[in-house]
Design a protein around this ligand. Structure first.
Ligand SMILES: [Zn+2]
Length: 442
């Protein structure tokens, strides 16, 4: 290669140095100098999940994700913590020792005013902690001594981070079929957690967004599925009350209640005493492009003393009892419910459906328990998973409510009274409304 004339060489050198400088400046902008706080020792790190790969753009770094609000609710089975975010955020999970705990860190995030108020006001239930551990890191600490398992996942529209913690079985939780008259032992005191330093959050001002004309809200479709019907009476009480009759009454009332919501279409798999195959119920909801599927059933148990409500979403049966309920509702033998939960393809649609079903189930259950306990006393058997046919083969978020026990004389009597059934319908409606409020569906 021949040498370039001297003036050209000078220009080339100049261009090269300008280029090098700009690369250096860019690198500094994307990788700021490490902050001065000492990092927490990480014993064992689970692969961090990056929900938004492009999050660390210039705008993202300038405006951290704000945790707008914190919500939490607990049942005998566990606790759900919800962090309402103003945009997507990435989070990582770490297992730390002494004491054993799981630390979930939300990166480039700050606690907003309401969240800080909730933290100081005690919204976060003991022994969990949510803190602004670093100027731009929100940390959630879960002591392992108090839980069997946990799951952290993100939901969109609106963006939020959900953490489900399953409590230790000994902590007063009661399963269906277990009748206990003894006082549950007091939970062991949580090991003292090192409290991360509390750093005041920087004030965050949202960048102004240009106003755009509001599009017409889409119509959402909710399918109500009253269990059984026609030749299939479902479970029958000692006074001859049939499950098919109770589920239809509740379903029709629920239809009117949900139908009163704006932009909402309610469809029923049956609105009279007729037999519909389970397969056709699921097909119907899928063909109508339903956004939610609510199946209503009545429970039964060999022990007459067992009463209360439980809500199912699709998944593996965690105990024999849940499997029995699914087998009865599917009309299949116990050793073959006809629904292979293990064959689910873990595609995005399924994952999203399961997460939303889980949230709908929790919300509905919570609303039902608090509503019913204001007038009647119910027993909260919690949110469970089992391989129900109608939940497996519907493609949208779906739940199955076992509203009460036909085998319990008191609850059978209640289900023969219109006010009780009205109350049940209103309680389910309350749960659906709460779910729709945080999940506008489209
Ligand atoms: Zn049933």
């Amino acid at each position: 290669m021949s040498r370039a004339p001297r003036p050209f060489r000078s220009i080339l050198l100049l261009l090269l140095s300008v280029l090098l400088c700009s690369v250096f400046v860019d690198a500094r902008a994307e990788h700021p100098v490490a902050p001065s706080w000492s990092p927490t020792p990480v014993a064992e790190t689970i692969a961090p999940r990056f929900l938004a790969v492009k999050q660390e753009s210039a705008a993202g770094a300038r405006y951290p994700t704000m945790v707008r609000d914190l919500r939490s609710w607990s049942t005998a089975d566990g606790t759900r913590l919800v962090l309402d975010l103003n945009r997507k955020a990435s989070f990582s999970e770490h297992h730390l020792h002494n004491p054993d705990r799981v630390v979930i860190e939300v990166q480039n995030a700050v606690l907003g005013k309401d969240s800080r108020r909730r933290v100081s006001g005690g919204t976060v239930p003991h022994p969990y902690q949510i803190t602004q551990s670093k100027p731009r890191t929100v940390t959630i600490t879960l002591p392992r001594s108090q839980m069997t398992q946990y799951k952290a996942f993100a939901l969109a529209n609106p963006d939020r981070l959900v953490i489900d913690v399953s409590r230790m079985a000994k902590e007063g939780a009661r399963q269906v079929g277990e009748v206990s008259t003894t006082v549950p032992p007091a939970p062991a005191p949580a090991a003292a957690l090192p409290t991360p330093p509390v750093i005041p959050s920087p004030t965050v001002t949202e960048p102004a967004r240009p106003a755009s004309p509001k599009p017409a809200p889409p119509i959402r479709t909710i399918v109500i599925d009253p269990g059984h019907g026609g030749k299939d009476p479902g479970t029958i009480g000692r006074h001859g009350t049939t499950e098919k009759d109770v589920t239809l009454k509740v379903g029709l009332m629920l239809k009117d209640l949900i139908g009163s919501l704006p932009n909402t279409r309610v469809l029923m798999t049956r609105d009279r005493d007729t037999f519909i195959e389970l397969e056709d119920r699921a097909k119907f909801a899928n063909e109508k492009n339903a956004d939610l599927f609510l199946s209503i059933h009545v429970n039964s148990h060999p022990h007459k003393g067992i009463r209360g409500l439980e809500i199912y979403h699709f998944g593996e049966a965690k105990d024999q009892r849940a499997l029995e309920v699914a087998a009865r509702e599917n009309g299949t033998p116990l050793n073959n419910t006809g629904v292979g939960w293990q064959y689910i393809v873990a595609d995005l649609l399924t994952t999203k459906k399961i997460e939303h079903s889980q949230e709908l189930a929790w919300t509905a259950k919570q609303a039902m328990v608090s509503n019913l306990n204001s007038r009647y006393s119910t027993i909260d058997h919690g949110v469970k998973t089992a391989p129900f046919y109608v939940l497996r083969f519907t493609t949208m978020p779906s739940i199955l409510a076992e509203i009460a026990f036909m085998s319990n004389p008191t609850e059978e009597d209640q289900m023969r009274s219109q006010p009780f059934l009205t109350h049940i319908a209103e309680a389910i409606f309350d749960g659906v409304k709460t779910y729709l409020h945080t999940n506008p569906l489209r």
